[in-house]
Ligand binder design. Structure first.
Ligand SMILES: Nc1nc2c(ncn2[C@@H]2O[C@H](COP(=O)(O)OP(=O)(O)OP(=O)(O)O)[C@@H](O)[C@H]2O)c(=O)[nH]1
Length: 210
């Protein structure tokens, strides 16, 4: 059977318990919103295929438990992540402050070239807001990340966030390939030059011998 996708990427959702990671993933993968909060135990994942630059990219998105007691398990998933979505809740200041802790863990356990974005979820809850959009933007800037305010409830910026981090992973992979082929081309050029030079040397030696 023909393969249903061209590329497979692994993404990870990180953030405090209750910020809405599972709801965001469910909204993106299944188009649904369930307001009940059943804390994720350890990790769970969902898949979705998206089209980017004419490629069918299958994303495997790992939803991690925000609760401290599962951190030993969840950290084992950082190593294989290519993209990470940091999530805080705009109505919950501590969840915003803890992004520094999540980012520190990523520095320690994820690959160096992992692509990251920052998302402030529950943007529909304007009246209960504790974190301004400006604060979100500034924090994202500090870490060199792109920033979105989103709502799993109204679906605002959910696809946009997941697609953007997938695009960043794709761009990073293309850069790696370009570098690889660039250095291969370079090596081949060097080898061709070397060969040409030694054949010229041989010609010169033959001319001398005559
Ligand atoms: N108003 C509003 N509520 C939301 C939104 N997203 C999630 N929630 C609510 O936030 C609560 C927690 O959502 P979850 O998705 O279970 O949170 P989580 O981050 O996965 O939590 P853990 O699995 O414990 O790490 C639920 O009661 C949701 O209804 C949103 O965009 N707007």
């Amino acid at each position: 059977m023909a393969k249903q996708y061209d590329l497979l990427f692994r993404l990870l959702l990180l953030g405090d318990s209750g910020v809405g990671k599972t709801c965001m993933l469910r909204r993106f993968a299944e188009g649904e919103f369930d307001p009940s909060h059943i804390s994720t135990i350890g990790v769970d994942f969902k898949m979705k295929t998206v089209q980017i630059d004419g490629l069918r990219v299958r994303v495997q998105i790992w939803d991690t438990a925000g609760q401290e007691r599962y951190q030993t398990i969840t950290k084992q998933y950082y190593r294989r992540a290519q993209g990470i979505v940091f999530v805080y809740d705009i109505t919950d200041l501590p969840s915003f402050k803890h992004i520094a802790k999540w980012a520190g863990d990523v520095d320690e356990f994820a690959p160096e070239d992992v692509q990251t974005i920052l998302v402030g979820n529950k943007a529909d809850e304007e009246l209960r807001r504790q974190v301004t959009t400006d604060q979100g933007k500034k924090l994202a800037e500090t870490y060199g990340m792109e920033f979105f305010e989103a709502s799993a409830s109204t679906s605002t910026n959910i696809s946009e966030s997941f697609i953007r981090v997938t695009e960043l992973v794709l761009q990073a992979q293309k850069r790696d390939m370009d570098n690889l082929f660039g250095s291969l081309d370079n090596n081949l050029d060097q080898a061709a030059l070397q060969e040409e030079k030694s054949s010229q040397d041989n010609d010169a030696q033959r001319t001398c011998a005559c």
